[in-house]
Design a binder for this molecule. Structure first.
Ligand code: ADP
Ligand code: MG
Length: 693
């Protein structure tokens, strides 16, 4: 290949090496014997392959609307083909009266079926007759196509390359027992058959093997990192369970812990007693009781002292919003009021003398538990001896903020990261696979499922009547407005309009309404929130600032306005604000009359289940892993063939195998001369390591 084309391959598809080319997998394989009849295509057809005579073509329109239109006719009908790009060179390849095989996505324009940007190649009926050809078609780009490198042409390159290579150039890279047990074909076979399969069956074998390889090596990378951390990251050792913990556990714990909570507490206890730094992800559904687990873990820390100077360990709890920090502070301070533990709150609105006192208390060690927003990780906040840090509702914080916590002591404190809503298991195993993780998979007893209903806008008066009835019984209600953009004027106007409207629905003096949103000063937010907490107000009109963590057990009703604008996990998180008391709770999803297909699916899922783990799975299915916060930059999910959605089982299997291997050989020392290690060293080792370290 000449230098210009090679350059284009680098620019367009990031193909630099032979290996890159081998891993540029076909999109699909052309089976020339499978041809659709044009007459049988309809609006529900997704992709089609048709063969016929090109009857006519012409270039229409100017500039943006310039397009090449052609007509293909078989013995059942005629279909339109359209190109908007690459018109010049495609035009040159077309000849009226000739036979073509055409593949593409069926669409429609002005009620007529058409194929836009189809793949097209000369066709001869005899050649296709009988025997099945599985010719690979590769992803390409318009620029490459214009230079003659279309989806078909790649096949010639790959074929030529494979001719130059042999099995010894691609030695086995999976452990032999694994290959045996799962009946994988060899690496060399897989590479050959993924490109040029001898049969559909061999193709499937190749796909299976390559997907597994991708998932396996991702787990090796994550696992190595994890086991390295386990062995080399020195951490404080909390050896004893002392007075704070015991006294609280025996006398002040307001309820019996669920089995899941107990199990997780044991896992944490084991970590913090091991002498290595803990880095643990704690996930559990909304309302599963993560906070109390965090609190008990923090008491473990305050019960222990640094060996050198007998200085007790301090702990910090970081929450994503002021409201939530305040609320954690209120409840924790109250729970610990009879214990000799000093709890303080530090947020952006802690000012002046009060702030100075708290900060110096952290510095001289008199503050034992600091609760706050990201204000707690500011450089000016110095701890005498920070031993344990809890990050609540992880998805609101970035990696950088977590890292800042590490630097708050000479040896990094233990870190417990709690998620706001569950993460699907496969995602936890991949995107967060370098953390250890615990799950609270059980709700406290006596929780009633929340009754969730979807209503259209025009039913608003009835919804309000229902609210009125429930409030008359002594309940409280949230009415939540979407705030997509913190700065969006329209969203705020809607909120204000909504507030006025709610007031007009409840004109009687006995109904009191609070409003909370992000533009209010912190004190005002807090006052309004507290009025609602104390049941001085019955209705809380708010934006999603109440999304995370807020706990008002008497509130049993939630109306979500414009519910179609929210994502699944956000809806679930919002809904989790109700159903926290003994009363039957309701969540009403209000939408306009027009709801997109995706939004409708989200609403249906919300109405069908209360299970956050199921919702998280669905969310992943609908949105794909790329959209889930914090995963894109992790680079762990950039698989070429594997999908953590479709190949869930394989993710599990890979994880299990790698865990077993690393338990026996945490450094992969035994694998030094084995391909596993070689693979790690050569397989873009540099970029991979720089990405994950
Ligand atoms: P989340 O996991 O969403 O942060 P919280 O920690 O806020 O949940 O707990 C939700 C509610 O459940 C709180 O009111 C808490 O006091 C209560 N709770 C937690 N654990 C238990 C338990 N084992 N039994 C009864 N109630 C519990
Ligand atoms: Mg919480």
């Amino acid at each position: 290949m000449g230098p210009q084309k090679a350059d284009l391959l680098k620019k367009e598809l990031a193909l630099f090496t032979f290996k890159d080319l081998l891993e540029h997998y076909p999109l699909r394989h052309l089976d020339k014997t499978k041809v659709d009849k044009i007459k049988e295509l309809n609006y529900n057809t997704d992709y089609a392959q048709v063969a016929g005579k090109l009857t006519y073509f012409e270039v229409l329109g100017e500039r943006q609307s310039k397009r090449l239109v052609a007509y293909l006719k078989d013995d059942t009908g005629e279909i339109e083909l359209v190109w908007f790009q690459g018109i010049n060179w495609i035009q040159k390849t077309l000849e009226t009266g000739h036979l073509y095989l055409v593949f593409g996505k069926i669409g429609s324009f002005n009620g007529k079926l058409q194929i836009t940007h189809p793949e097209l190649e000369p066709y001869s009926a005899e050649k296709a007759g009988g025997k099945s050809f599985l010719d690979p078609i590769y992803p390409s780009t318009e620029k490459l196509k214009a230079r003659g490198l279309n989806g078909r042409a790649f096949a010639k390159l790959t074929y030529a390359l494979l001719q130059m290579l042999s099995a010894k150039d691609l030695p086995e890279n999976l452990p032999e027992p694994v290959i045996k047990q799962y009946r994988f074909i060899s690496r060399w076979e897989a590479v050959c058959h993924i490109h040029f399969p001898s049969s559909e069956e061999m193709y499937q074998h190749a796909v299976r093997r390559i997907k597994f390889e991708e998932l396996f090596f991702a787990q090796v990378r994550l696992g190595l990192r994890r086991s390295e951390r386990h062995r080399f990251s020195r951490g404080f050792s909390f050896e004893k369970v002392g007075e704070h913990f015991n006294s609280f556990y025996n006398n002040y714990l307001p309820f019996e812990l669920t089995n899941a909570q107990k199990r997780v507490l044991k896992e944490i206890r084991k970590d913090v007693g091991s002498g290595r730094q803990m880095n643990r992800l704690l996930q559990g559904d909304v309302g599963s009781g993560k906070t109390i687990v965090a609190l008990l873990s923090m008491l473990l820390a305050t019960d222990n002292r640094r060996p050198e100077d007998q200085q007790p360990f301090q702990t910090v709890l970081m929450a994503p919003t002021e409201i939530l920090a305040q609320q954690h502070f209120n409840s924790i301070e109250n729970l610990l009021k009879d214990l000799p533990v000093c709890v303080k709150l530090l947020t952006g609105s802690s000012k002046g003398k009060a702030r100075k006192e708290i900060v110096s208390g952290c510095e001289d060690g008199t503050v034992h538990i600091l609760i706050g927003t990201h204000a707690v990780i500011e450089e000016k906040v110095v701890f005498k001896n920070l031993g344990f840090a809890v990050v609540d509702e992880q998805h609101k914080f970035g990696v950088a903020q977590r890292a800042a916590l590490w630097k708050k002591n000479s040896i990094p404190p233990h870190v417990l990261v709690m998620t706001a809503t569950p993460i699907p298991r496969t995602l936890a195993l991949t995107a967060y696979g370098d953390l250890d993780y615990s799950v609270i998979d059980e709700l406290p007893p006596g929780r009633q499922p929340i009754n969730t209903i979807h209503r259209f806008e025009n039913k608003r008066p009835m919804v309000m009547d229902f609210l009125r009835e429930e409030i008359a019984k002594g309940r409280q209600a949230y009415i939540v407005y979407p705030l997509i953009e913190e700065s969006s004027k329209v969203d705020y106007e809607n909120l204000m309009k909504g507030y006025e409207e709610v007031k007009s629905f409840f004109p009687e003096p006995k109904y009191w309404i609070s409003m909370v949103h992000g533009r209010q000063p912190a004190e005002q937010k807090e006052t309004n929130m507290q009025r609602f907490v104390k049941n001085d107000t019955q209705i809380m009109v708010s934006t999603t600032v109440i999304e995370v963590g807020v706990n008002v057990p008497n509130a049993s009703l939630m109306v979500i306005e414009s519910a179609e604008k929210f994502g699944l996990s956000q809806l679930h998180q919002l809904r989790g604000r109700v159903g926290r008391g003994s009363e039957k709770s309701f969540c009403i999803l209000l939408t306009g009359s027009k709801v997109s297909k995706d939004a409708r699916e989200r609403l249906n899922i919300m109405c069908a289940t209360n299970d956050g783990f199921k919702i998280a799975e669905k969310d992943l299915e609908i949105r794909g892993p790329g959209d889930i916060e914090g995963t894109r930059q992790s680079g762990v999910l950039n698989f070429k063939l594997a999908s953590i959605i479709q190949d869930k089982t394989m993710v599990e299997v890979a994880k299990e195998i790698v865990t077993t291997i690393l338990e026996e050989d945490p450094d992969l020392n035994m694998a030094v001369n084995l391909p596993v290690k070689n693979h790690l060293q050569t397989h873009r080792a540099k970029t991979v390591w720089s990405k994950i370290s």
